[in-house]
Design a protein around this ligand. Structure first.
Ligand code: UT7
Length: 318
């Protein structure tokens, strides 16, 4: 393990969409959404793009790291909702930042940021990169069927970023994936091939909500327990469990199973909904702004998502 985070940033679209506003569009209501998910409102892109949000978050992270953009020698974007299939979101961000370095996207759904941290660790360890900018940015509003009440209430748009460099903050990293696409998938957009057997899909998200929920509850607890066991730590030694913000009930379930106080489980799902890969870095940026993180703070970052995939990192802040 060879890295530390030296700067973070976030960017959210200007437009807030409340539960009441959604209740005017589909058969739902504020009470159902809050009690089932913990979401009160979310941000949705109007003029913003995945690349514009990613650029804003990335610039802030580099600024806070005290680096010049020219010192970034690798850019990794975690996303499943970039503006184009190609070029990668990372290349779009490079163009906006006016820098030139190796750049690529990681597609690992909601744990994308944790996957990117793991990849960055490998590149830094191998000496192939020194200062890596990681940006997780999602514009899932383009992939939602806004007539489907089961999914359109869940997601929001946003970006979170960090700069990592050589250090000893990362103590543990484990990635996991399996193949069960039917649980949660997004069609890969449209086309008009006259040879296809069926009409092209429309790029919407499809989710077996209860299946994902059960998988998530199990994965969060088992991965955290495994990480703590490997590090010979107990849950009391962790200052914050920075969990993927998909459903407040999943976060509460982890808290109850680990028997830890609510204050150790920061949330922003109430304000942003599920930001997919951007969820954890946006939360990290807010925790730093609130002064919750200082040298020595022990953090568990854990996310799960479509694939299914899961990823966990344990950091002791430097
Ligand atoms: O980051 C990616 C990972 N994604 C997740 O982690 C999501 C995990 N899953 C969940 O968070 C939950 O499954 C949901 C919040 C999506 C749904 O909660 P649920 O307790 O699993 O509800 P359900 O799907 O079983 O639906 C219960 C009822 C159904 O009605 P009937 O069949 O009981 O009459 C649904 O049709 O609630 C209905 N329903 C709604 N009612 C009002 C579904 N969506 C809505 C809605 N408003 N928006």
């Amino acid at each position: 393990m060879s890295l530390k985070i030296i700067g973070t940033g976030k960017a959210l679209p200007e437009r807030t969409v409340t539960n009441d506003e959604l209740a005017g569009m589909v058969d739902t209501n504020d009470e159902w959404i809050i009690s089932k998910t913990g979401i009160k409102e979310r941000r949705v892109c109007t003029w913003e793009t995945a690349a514009s949000l990613a650029e804003q978050a990335g610039r802030r992270a580099v600024e806070r790291a005290g680096l010049a953009l020219s010192e970034i020698d690798m850019l990794i974007c975690a996303t499943v909702s970039g503006d184009y299939v190609t070029p990668s979101l990372a290349c779009c961000v490079l163009e906006r930042l006016g820098v030139s370095c190796p750049a690529f996207d990681i597609s690992a759904a909601c744990p994308g940021f944790v996957y990117a941290l793991d990849a960055a660790d490998a590149y830094i360890t191998s000496g192939k990169a020194k200062n890596i900018l990681i940006v997780a940015a999602e514009r899932m509003s383009r992939n939602l069927d806004w007539n489907d009440r089961a999914t359109c209430i869940l997601m929001g748009d946003g970006a979170g970023a960090c700069v990592v460099t050589a250090g000893n903050a990362l103590k543990y990293s484990r990635l996991w994936a399996a193949g069960e696409a039917g649980m949660l998938y997004v069609d890969s957009g449209t086309g008009n091939s006259p040879f296809a057997d069926a009409p092209s899909p429309r790029g919407y998200i499809h989710m077996q909500g209860q299946q994902v929920f059960k998988f998530a509850v199990r994965a969060v607890e088992s991965e955290i327990r495994l990480a703590l066991e490997k590090l010979n730590m107990n849950a009391e030694a962790v200052d914050y469990f920075v969990l993927h913000q998909a459903n407040k009930r999943i976060i509460d379930s982890a808290r109850l199973k680990l028997k830890q106080p609510e204050a150790k489980f920061p949330v922003n799902i109430d304000r942003y909904g599920n930001l997919s890969a951007a969820s954890i870095p946006v939360l990290l940026d807010e925790m730093l702004a609130e002064g919750k993180i200082a040298p020595g703070t022990a953090l568990v970052l854990m996310a799960f998502g479509g694939g299914p995939t899961a990823g966990i990192s344990v950091l002791v802040w430097e």
